[in-house]
Design a protein around this ligand. Structure first.
Ligand code: SF4
Length: 251
């Protein structure tokens, strides 16, 4: 399976990264440092792709995506661009989105929303569906835990709402971090007041990425933290539903 320094993984037959059966391309590079990250190997920024390399790379990646076209057609699936943060390599991402549109392959982009507003604007036009994470509302908590300010994430979500972009909201439920009453109330109020989005996926913390920290010789910041109980997940689901949200557990 093809891999390179700009796309760290290609996953076929994925059913958690958007509708139907999908091929997911994981982009290298992320400006954030979520302690619960399941792909810590994706965080380091890659070098810049040389202009003369770009066309060849896009062609090779499109060939990988097109291999499973029959599954997309049968399941209303397509290609998903995830990471890392796909918008950390905007030129590559937008070329792939354009190529997929030309070939009538449905696209999803899984973004943290921490990106330049002009790229978010282009995403609204070029992606068929945007998977958008909302994590922490409190500015200080966001900066302390994740390492960057929250305001671009919120401003960009307002922008997507104003543009009536197709967005699927995702809320990682992380005990003691995003899973606090104040944060959940804050997320609900923000979505109600500032956006049109009323459907949300709750992504309960799990320990699947644990072994990767050891492999990278990095301390796992979540090693003492357990996944939320099914009762707690059900409570949070009920809280969103009581405010009129449609809730799905998982990706
Ligand atoms: S935004 Fe995603 S890829 Fe980036 S650090 Fe957070 S969880 Fe990891």
């Amino acid at each position: 399976m093809m891999q390179n320094t700009h796309i760290f993984k290609i996953q076929r037959y994925s059913i958690h990264d958007g509708p139907g059966i999908r091929t997911s391309l994981f982009f290298q590079g992320c400006p954030l440092r979520c302690p619960w990250c399941h792909n810590p190997e994706s965080q380091k920024m890659p070098g810049k792709i040389q202009t003369e390399e770009m066309d060849g790379l896009v062609l090779r990646l499109m060939a990988e995506i097109e291999k499973d076209r029959i599954f997309y057609d049968d399941s209303a699936g397509g290609a998903t661009f995830s990471g890392g943060e796909p918008l950390s390599q905007p030129q590559l991402l937008f070329q792939l989105l354009e190529q997929c549109r030309e070939k009538e392959i449905h696209t999803c982009v899984d973004t943290s929303g921490y990106a330049d507003a002009k790229f978010i604007s282009s995403l609204a036009e070029k992606a068929d569906l945007i998977l958008y994470d909302i994590k922490l509302m409190d500015a200080r908590a966001h900066e302390t835990l994740i390492g960057k300010p929250v305001f671009p994430v919120l401003d960009n979500l307002r922008l997507l709402s104003d543009r009536k972009a197709r967005v699927c909201m995702r809320f990682p439920l992380i005990p003691g971090m995003t899973d606090t009453e104040a944060n959940i109330t804050g997320v609900i109020s923000f979505l109600e007041k500032d956006t049109v989005f009323r459907k949300i996926h709750i992504l309960p913390f799990h320990k699947a990425g644990e072994g990767k920290y050891a492999a990278l010789n990095r301390e796992n910041p979540m090693k003492e933290i357990n996944p939320p109980s099914p009762e707690r997940v059900a409570q949070v689901k009920a809280e969103f539903e009581s405010r009129g949200f449609q809730v799905i557990i998982g990706g």
